[in-house]
Design a protein around this ligand. Sequence first.
Ligand code: SAM
Length: 288
Amino acid sequence: MGPEKQGWGKVYFCPTPIGNLRDITLRVLDVLREADCIACEDTRVTLKLLNAYQIRKPLLSYHAHNIPQATRDILKLVREGKVVAFVSDAGMPGIQDPGMELVLRLLEEGVPFEVLPGPSAFLLGVVYSGFAFSGFIFLGFLPRKGRERREILKKVLLLPQATVLYESPRRLLETLGDIREIAGGERRVLVARELTKIHEEILRGAVAEVEEMLKGRDVLGEVVIVVEGAPKRKEEVQVPRRLLELLRRRGFTQKDIVALLSEGLGIEKNALKRQLSALEEVGNLGEG
Ligand code: SAM
């Protein structure tokens, strides 16, 4: 953040629990208690949290349908020197919720803001999965249209990084079906449902298996999907062409060469056969 404007207040992005009401930091509670106003996505959701911590503050509603007006209200308050705590319904504001737009507007207007650390559903999914050795790509919600969704999946599922998605329970099976068709039924996935809540459920396995587990079930609640990265293609050991040519000239048959090199060098027989056939096709090894 640059130097703060004289006399201006500030906006604090305050992460809130994604289920269990106790998952809130002491610093977030301090800011909520000290702020002049709390801007929130849904006042009913936020009141539940504030009541649990006996916090009473004026609320300002900021949701997908009133963003321009609500932003003006927040900017006015900050210019008057007020501190605004901004919360979304759950988790980190700005991760797949209306907080995304607010960040952009605050940057445009040069309004100081601070982001406090705290829970976000995708992080739990990533850690539960154990798939993030090569990192992960967080896509949030996929577009609703089937074709656009599949185009995006086709690109990311080729990468070695895990893919992390938010999904509605209604589209869960359809999305798993797309993943199976694009990446194959063996690709491993994790479906994390209702994280930190009473009915938390973690399903993991090959995508085809997880689909079976879910078929016929009425899946409810909130869902994170983590897809394992694409497996690395095994690099085939290449035997120097000159050695193969030499062995052939000395009268070894293809079968002899495969047996000899697989035993002597520990190279897989099929890989050797593929290399020999490729060379023979281009006429490098002669008959035999
Ligand atoms: N800002 C939130 C965050 O930091 O995670 C995300 C908000 S987005 C509107 C809501 C989506 O987050 C849900 O549809 C679901 O995919 C995911 N989500 C939120 N809470 C969750 C939970 N307790 N368990 C699983 N997924 C959750």
